[in-house]
Write a protein that binds this ligand. Sequence first.
Ligand code: MG
Length: 382
Amino acid sequence: MSLAPYAALEEHSRGRRYSEASPTYRGEYQRDRDRIVHSSAFRRLEYKTQVFVNHEGDMFRTRLTHSIEVAQIGRAIARRLGLNEDLIEAISLAHDLGHTPFGHAGQDVLNECMKDHGGFEHNLQSLRIVDHLEQRYAEFMGLNLTFETREGILKHCSVKNAKEMGDVGERFLNKTQPSLEGQAANIADAIAYNNHDIDDGLRANFLSLEQMCEVDLFREQYEAVKKKYPDLGGRRQVHEIIRRMINAQAVDLIDESARRIKQAAPSHIDDVREHADLLIGFSEEMAEHNRDLKRFLRANLYRHYRVHRMTNKAKRILVALFDAYFEDPRILPHHTQEMVRAEEEENGLSGRARRICDYVAGMTDRYAILEYERIYNPTTLT
Ligand code: MG
């Protein structure tokens, strides 16, 4: 299927921060995706928490499998709407690169540790990784991705931060929209995590089928599956329900977005950016169902006492690591120590804090736990 005129077409790209010759046999957004897949931050997603910490079991989602699911859903949406699949794939695979160990608990802790030094936000950190922290190429720091991929990664941003973000921050100041690929990746993320969190929650027995039936979206599909396959039980029943939920949401999203696009009739990506509202979105009914589902998951899964215990443990680990490094950076590995020192020479203690924050944020769950042991347990080898 050829791309729609309102898709992110390469010839309308705002380009890269450092200009480079076009790749041979690949498109610009394919190159972005490939650079993301080859980055070290991407590999570390394998051992970072989505909701369940990696050591809790091998069957749960991690940030890596989550990102792949987002890309899969995103590409399906993109293809149907004539959007750029390569771009949506690049955005989806990169969108969580900036996540700390231990999921949202980690982000809150680092934000608190950084309160006098500019704060911490995983979304900004994803961009910081692709713009500055990855060290792979001879001619620039970071991955030197296209504007469109970077714009999609920066899903949200405070006005204060936006002022310091340059080109990708502008839309938060002049209230314009991102590309349709960016908009769609954002919703594909929500479809993926809402549905796989139910799946993981049921698998862990933190949620029950009876409880899940309080949620309209789930109950509808539960009843349909029960009617068609009355004897089906166990994991196959759960998967049959969840795959139908994902499908219902994707279909609704595509139908509603196609309707909005038809009405707005954008003929260029700039029309999309200047449109007053987002053009990719659920119907009002599906949006309400989704809000219910989110409320349910917040109350019953994310605040489940066993999830909460791990959250608390995670907070203690990360505060302890940050404090120990900040108090005496000489306990950091040589390479990191040098970066901390260089940044401190330039920006004082806030520079020291920022580099330590980068280091802690980049850790996998298991590395953070191991580091905590090495630093605080006198009998563990350092
Ligand atoms: Mg995500």
